[in-house]
Design a protein around this ligand. Structure first.
Ligand SMILES: Cc1cn([C@H]2C[C@H](O)[C@@H](COP(=O)(O)OP(=O)(O)O[C@H]3O[C@@H](C)C(=O)[C@@H](O)[C@H]3O)O2)c(=O)[nH]c1=O
Length: 182
């Protein structure tokens, strides 16, 4: 398992060890002790989620407010996506900055996104199976988000605007300027 620092403080890319042989491959997709030692924290994940989406589907940018904030460990089981994390920690030197990285079933990278970030992704392959762990339970009342094409964030979603597919809910999300910051 290898860790790579990301440009935004507290975010990490994790590359699991892959053991390939004539049968296929094996990897530890998550190991609590090794994971926490690697990132130097004590994260206790409590919920696992999975979503399936077709090309152009953009989910995000999402976060949960207040004591329901979530850190996430995200990965792609099948397909290819562009994953995006936006720093919304008011006291952070990279507040309002984002970074994006491709996650796929080929690079098998995982991304750790701490509490204090908004998160989203867009599907680049025909379909994608996305899986992630959260360190706090889903809480409907605390759901919040930022509009994907906020001009202040100016995120490059790679695909053409006309090919993006968003939920009604995500199309109504507020601007970055309007959100409660974590
Ligand atoms: C996220 C979530 C949703 N749901 C329900 C609510 C709703 O009826 C249905 C679909 O929810 P959404 O449209 O919000 O699903 P989705 O757009 O996939 O939401 C996810 O997006 C990515 C980018 C994230 O970062 C996640 O934290 C999460 O917010 O599933 C749960 O029951 N538990 C959960 O943990």
């Amino acid at each position: 398992m290898k860790i790579i620092d990301m440009p935004l403080d507290g975010c990490f890319e994790i590359q699991p060890n892959l053991y390939s042989d004539e049968r296929g491959y094996f990897m530890e997709s998550y190991h609590q002790e090794k994971f926490n030692a690697l990132i130097g924290a004590d994260i206790q994940f409590v919920q696992d989620n999975e979503s399936y989406s077709t090309k152009g589907v953009l989910r995000g940018l999402h976060f949960q407010e207040g004591k329901h904030a979530q850190a996430k460990l995200v990965r792609v089981i099948h397909g290819r996506i562009l994953d995006v994390a936006v720093d919304i920690r008011a006291n952070s030197s990279t507040y309002g900055h984002y970074f994006s990285t491709e996650l796929s079933d080929t690079n098998r990278k995982q991304l750790f996104i701490p509490r204090g970030f908004a998160h989203g992704f867009v599907v680049l392959s025909e379909t994608a199976l996305f899986a992630y762990k959260c360190d706090n339970y889903y809480n409907k009342a605390s759901e919040a988000g930022i509009l994907y094409n906020d001009p202040d964030l100016n995120i490059d979603w790679v695909l053409q605007e006309s090919d993006l597919k968003l939920s009604e809910k995500d199309l109504k999300l507020p601007r970055f300027k309007q959100i409660k910051h974590l």
